[in-house]
Design a protein around this ligand. Structure first.
Ligand SMILES: NC(=O)c1ccc[n+]([C@@H]2O[C@H](COP(=O)([O-])OP(=O)(O)OC[C@H]3O[C@@H](n4cnc5c(N)ncnc54)[C@H](OP(=O)(O)O)[C@@H]3O)[C@@H](O)[C@H]2O)c1
Length: 300
C-alpha cells in the first residue's frame, strides 16, 4: 500500500523538486503544503495551504491526511532575517518543528525528515562529517541546531536530519534567489559584482538534495546525513564558471575577502561536506557542479 508523504514549504526550491520526484515514485501518495496557493502547479498530488506556525491549520491538515512520512523543509533560511528577529526565528524554525512532530505523532507518523544546514558549523575546519562538533556562527544556525537537538531526543518516531549546503536551482515563482541565478541575472544586466573568494562550500543541486531525501525515506534511515554536491568551490569560483558557461565577460567579477563585507550574521568560512555516509549508506550520487549548472541554466 502507498504511504502518504507530506512536504512542508513545498513552494520552495527543495519543496518543488521533492514534490516532482515523489509524484513519480510508485510507493507514495503525495501531499504538498505551503503558505498560500500552490506555486508548483503540477499533477499527481494534493495541495493544502498550511503555515507551519499555525497550529490549528497543521492540526486540521494532519487529521485529514495522516501522513506516514513528513519532509519538513519550511523555514526562515535568510540569515539576516533570523538575526533581526530572534523570536520569529525561534517560532518558525524551532517551535514549528516541535509542533509538527507532536501533531504527527498524534496521527500515526512513522518518519520525520528534517532539513538542517551547514551553518550549524563554525567554518574553521571545512568538509564536515556528521559527528563533527557544532558551533553555529549565527542565529539561523542556532535555530537549526535547536531543532536538531529536540529531534535527536525523539524515541517514538524515526527521525532523520538532513544537513545541506548552498543549494542552487530554478523552480517556479521562487520567493528567494540563489547564487547561480544571482550571478546570472547581475551579469546579464551588465552589472559588476564583488564575490567572496575565501569562503568554501560544496554547492548542492536542488534535484540531488531531493533525491537524497527520498533515499532516506525509501530506506527508512534515521540519524544525521550530510547531503551536498561533490565539488568544493568558493562563490568566486562559482561565479567564474557561470560567466564562462554563459559566454559573459568575467571582467565584471571582482574577487573580495569575506572580511570586506559587513555581514549581518557571520557566515562560516569553510563548510562543505564529504557526503561519505550518504555515499556509503544511501548510495547517494550527486552530479558534478558543472552538470548541475548546465541543468539549471538550461531550465531558464
Ligand atoms: N537553500 C540553501 O542554500 C539551504 C542551505 C542549507 C539548508 N537549507 C534548508 O533547506 C530547507 C529548504 O530550503 P530551500 O532552499 O527550499 O528554501 P526556500 O526556497 O526558501 O523554501 C522554503 C519554503 O518554506 C516556506 N515557508 C517559510 N515559512 C513558512 C511557514 N511558516 N509555513 C509554511 N511554509 C513556510 C517558504 O514559503 P514562501 O515561498 O511563501 O516564502 C518557502 O517556500 C530549509 O529548511 C533551509 O533552511 C537550505
Amino acid at each position: 500500500m502507498r504511504k502518504t508523504v507530506l512536504i512542508t514549504g513545498a513552494n520552495g526550491l527543495l519543496g518543488q523538486h521533492l514534490t516532482e520526484i515523489l509524484t513519480q515514485h510508485k510507493s507514495y501518495n503525495v501531499v504538498a503544503t505551503g503558505r498560500g496557493e500552490d506555486r508548483f502547479k503540477g499533477e499527481g498530488y494534493q495541495y493544502h495551504t498550511m503555515d507551519v506556525t499555525d497550529s490549528q491549520q497543521v492540526k486540521e491538515v494532519f487529521q485529514v491526511v495522516k501522513p506516514s512520512i513528513v519532509f519538513h523543509c519550511a523555514a526562515i533560511s535568510k540569515v539576516e532575517h533570523c538575526e533581526d528577529d530572534h523570536d520569529e526565528a525561534i517560532r518558525q524554525n524551532v517551535t514549528a518543528t516541535a509542533m509538527l512532530l507532536e501533531l504527527g505523532k498524534e496521527n500515526d507518523l512513522e518518519h520525520f525528515i528534517y532539513l538542517s544546514t551547514d551553518f550549524v558549523f563554525d567554518g574553521e575546519k571545512g568538509m564536515y562529517e556528521e559527528d563533527d562538533h557544532r558551533n553555529p556562527p549565527n542565529f539561523y544556525g542556532k535555530t537549526k541546531m535547536m531543532s536538531e537537538d529536540l529531534l535527536l531526543k525523539e524515541k517514538e518516531v524515526k527521525v532523520a536530519i538532513v544537513r545541506t549546503c548552498l543549494v542552487y536551482g530554478q523552480v517556479k515563482d521562487m520567493s528567494r534567489s540563489n547564487i547561480m541565478l544571482w550571478v546570472k541575472n547581475k551579469l546579464m544586466n551588465g552589472e559588476s559584482i564583488k564575490v567572496v573568494n575565501d569562503q568554501f562550500r560544496t554547492p548542492t543541486y536542488a534535484g540531488d538534495l531531493a533525491k537524497g531525501c527520498v533515499l532516506i525515506a525509501d530506506k527508512k534511515e534515521v540519524g544525521i546525513f550530510h547531503i551536498s554536491g561533490r565539488d568544493y568551490l568558493s562563490p568566486y569560483e562559482i561565479s567564474l564558471k557561470v560567466a564562462t558557461y554563459l559566454n559573459l565577460s568575467i571582467s565584471n567579477i571582482s574577487p573580495v575577502n569575506a572580511s570586506t563585507f559587513i555581514e549581518h550574521g557571520r557566515r562560516p568560512l569553510k563548510t562543505g561536506f564529504t557526503n561519505k555516509k550518504a555515499y556509503d549508506i544511501l548510495n547517494y550520487q550527486p552530479i558534478s557542479f558543472n552538470e548541475g549548472m548546465k541543468k539549471v541554466l538550461a531550465e531558464r
